[in-house]
Design a protein around this ligand. Structure first.
Ligand code: CDP
Ligand code: MG
Length: 737
């Protein structure tokens, strides 16, 4: 079957390539990834199949075998770990014996590449060692970047605990829209994006004595851009120390890039890991993962170690959590306690701590994680890893401007990292839900750096405002595709942030002040003209929170729908609805009760309020008055269009829309308040690709506004409404032909 499958795949992909002439490399890559995904799993459709024996030869699933274990009463775990215990723990870390050698190397060299297994103590210990050795004495901070917000917060919390100080004092963190530092802060953990923005205020990072770019192998867009900037700063500031660290690193490549910086290797302590592959491709990795976890729990000795499952995202994690809890409940006292611990980027802070709490005696923990647990976070006590072989990465198609989160096969490097998570504290086992053949033949060696597959508009604006104009010849470690760079420049030009000579305009300078996508920043700056900046920053804040404002519990769907409807009257559109939600909440003096009554997530609202406060400060910074004009919907809509005019679409037929520039068919997302209204013209916040291309967060517009707001972009002929006579308003199905 394998050979046939391969042949089919190649024939299909060849045909696919022929059909789309001049296929864009990015698109080809995306398609290739998707085809590989299909190849690995046979089919990506989730069928309700019962995989009773996923790893038949390794463990036997004991469906009804009675295991005579009394359900263990979980003893309340000691949440306070004593100081001396912490000190002992620090000394037991693999990095500890190399402390002096490391300090010597940092002393001797300005730039150091550091490689050491996950959990060896790089992130938590190195900044402390340097602090103790006096690197913060003359007032400079030690900054350590993390690609992920959760990692920055968790690690800062851990280090402040180890140092016995309050989080936010000597040790703090900074992530977008959340600054938990003060003047006292000397160890600052932050996302790579935050350090990048720091360059706007401190081009030479004068406040830092050491910068550690951690998890460098992740090669996020921000990390890659940081490499270029920091390399320059290091040359200008001989006393600045620069550390590039990671668990897995093509160390030579990094060393070469940083003028042949020496490589410091922390010898790892890895226990052997047994790796098992499935024999035949399966179609439902989620179910297979759950069954495998239950198999392990049921058959392996109690208390011998926890389970870590790698899944692709929040939704999958929640589903898996539900299924596991349900099945465990069904087994009742026949089986020992199994505690599910989810961890993903948007997990609320209060819930993150759970995965680090020691497992109560007699119970077992199953951690359900995205690839955040691959290297950024170390969870102690893991003995079993279940690797689904997939992760979600963002992908941008510069030709159409669509961004999508693709579920793609991981790389070999990731697969090996994942396996390694099981052998940290003792011999481990890794169960791969893909065949050995797939591992060898379908997985790429490394993941493509984000800079080569993402929208660059944001970064280009930032670099230009730092005075870097010649991006085509910029010293990137791996350069982005020039088409993506040009696309970004084109967009910035259309938004008025660049002039026709490619120089940053005053508008561009103001836009760069906002830590937002250029279109959102433009919308805010434009609201000055329409005298509605107060409303627009509320909308921007609500949009920045993501799609987590409304919720709908299964048992009260009708009430939740009614509440939702009261904010989506007529054809207000989603932006205005968000504004109404925010303003209504504000009128109740930010009442939590009001949120409950209206099926609105209070946590998201509080976040929106924080973001809005910061946007208000930034308005002042760029010299825009806070003006309110809540009843002038036209002014509000025109501000939105000033930023989002490239995202406009016209109704075609049967509820299909076509974007006006770079024509592309799309649909209104079912969650939109306009999903049954079908406005003839619409502006959308984002296009997302799930089962179809969907426009999310939509507002109706008048086509003449497009010409009024962006005359350089739209001409009358683009927006002539030829179909208007044939198509009665509001009915998308009534096309005459
Ligand atoms: O950065 P690296 O992967 O080398 O290790 P680390 O993050 O500094 O973690 C070192 C040790 O600190 C881990 O083995 C954990 O035992 C502990 N740790 C923790 O208990 N809680 C955290 N939030 C972070 C680390
Ligand atoms: Mg680390």
């Amino acid at each position: 079957g394998r050979v046939d499958q391969n042949k089919r795949f190649y024939v299909a992909s060849r045909r696919c390539m022929e059909e789309i002439k001049e296929i864009h490399p990015q698109q080809a890559w995306e398609e290739n990834q998707m085809n590989k995904a299909k190849l690995i799993y046979g089919s990506k459709d989730r069928k309700q199949t019962d995989y009773q024996f996923v790893f038949e030869d390794q463990i036997e699933f004991i469906k009804a075998t009675v295991i005579n274990v009394e359900k263990h009463q979980s003893t309340s775990s000691e949440s306070f770990i004593s100081n001396s215990k912490l000190k002992e723990d620090r000394k037991a870390l693999p990095i500890y014996p190399y402390k002096d050698a490391l300090l010597q190397a940092v002393h001797d060299h300005q730039v150091l590449i550091i490689v050491g297994e996950t959990g060896s103590g790089k992130t938590t210990q190195i900044p402390q060692y340097l602090h103790e050795a006096g690197y913060t004495r003359s007032g400079g901070k030690i900054g350590c970047t993390q690609p992920r917000r959760v990692a920055a917060m968790r690690v800062a919390a851990r280090v402040s605990h180890e140092m016995g100080v309050k989080l936010g004092h000597e040790v703090g963190y900074s992530i977008r829209f959340e600054d938990c530092t003060c003047e006292k802060t000397v160890l600052k953990y932050m996302t790579d994006g935050m350090l990048l923005r720091q360059f706007l205020r401190e081009p030479e990072l004068a406040g830092y004595s050491v910068v550690m770019i951690d998890e460098a192998h992740e090669r996020t867009l921000s990390t890659d851009v940081l490499f270029c900037l920091i390399k320059d700063v290091a040359r200008a500031r001989p006393h600045l120390k620069l550390l590039i660290s990671s668990a897995t690193l093509d160390a030579e490549k990094f060393s070469d890039y940083f003028d042949y910086a020496p490589i410091f290797k922390i010898p790892g302590r890895r226990f052997p890991v047994e790796i098992h592959h499935i024999k035949e491709p399966i179609s439902d990795y989620l179910d297979a993962a759950v069954v495998t976890a239950l198999q392990i729990h049921a058959t392996q000795p109690q208390g011998d170690g926890d389970i870590l499952i790698f899944l692709t995202g929040q939704e999958e994690i929640e589903t898996a959590e539900d299924i596991i809890n349900h099945r465990i409940r069904a087994l009742g006292t026949k089986i020992a306690e199994l505690i599910t611990c989810p961890i993903y980027a948007n997990l609320p802070t209060e819930l993150q701590a759970k995965i680090f709490e020691p497992t109560p005696e007699g119970a077992r923990k199953v951690v359900l994680a995205t690839n955040i647990a691959e290297t950024s976070l170390t969870i102690d006590g893991i003995k079993y890893v279940i690797d689904t072989g997939f992760c979600k990465i963002n992908s941008y198609n510069p030709r159409t401007g669509t961004e999508s989160l693709l579920v793609t096969p991981i790389s070999k490097a990731s697969a090996n990292q994942r396996a390694g998570r099981s052998g940290r504290t003792g011999p481990g086992k890794c169960f791969r839900l893909y065949t050995e053949h797939s591992y060898t033949n379908d997985l790429e060696d490394n993941t493509i750096p984000e800079i080569q597959r993402t929208n660059l508009a944001n970064v280009v604006l930032l670099l230009m405002s730092l005075g870097i104009n010649d991006l085509l010849n910029f010293d990137f470690m791996d350069p982005p595709p020039s088409e993506a760079l040009l696309k970004a420049l084109e967009l910035l030009f259309a938004l008025g942030s660049l002039d026709k000579d490619g120089k940053l305009t005053k508008m561009g300078e103001r836009m760069a002040e906002f830590p937002l996508d250029p279109m959102l920043s433009k919308m805010i700056v434009a609201s000055d003209k329409y005298k509605c900046s107060a409303e627009i920053i509320s909308i921007a804040a609500m949009l920045s929170v993501g799609n987590s404002i409304f919720y709908s519990p299964k048992d009260r769907q009708v009430q939740a729908d009614n509440a939702w409807m009261s904010f989506h009257i007529g054809n207000w559109g989603d932006h205005i609805a968000l504004l109404k939600v925010y303003n209504s909440w504000k009128e109740t003096n930010f009442s939590t009760q009001w949120c409950y009554e209206n099926y609105i997530q209070v946590r998201s609202m509080k976040k929106a309020r924080d973001i809005r406060d910061q946007l208000e400060d930034l308005l002042e910074r760029v010299g825009i008055d806070l003006t309110s004009n809540v009843n002038d919907l036209e002014a509000i809509k025109k501000s939105i269009i000033s930023g989002f005019f490239p995202h406009s679409a016209r109704l075609e037929k049967n509820g299909c829309y076509r974007t006006i520039k770079n024509p592309q068919i799309c649909h209104i997302h079912p969650s939109s308040g306009l999903s049954l209204v079908f406005p003839r013209w619409a502006v959308y916040h984002e296009l997302v690709l799930t089962t179809k291309e969907y426009m999310r967060q939509i507002t109706e517009l008048k086509p003449e506004w497009l010409v009024e707001v962006a005359p350089h972009y739209y001409q009358l002929k683009d927006v002539e409404d030829s179909s208007s006579k044939k198509m009665p308003r509001g009915i998308g199905l009534a096309s005459s032909k």
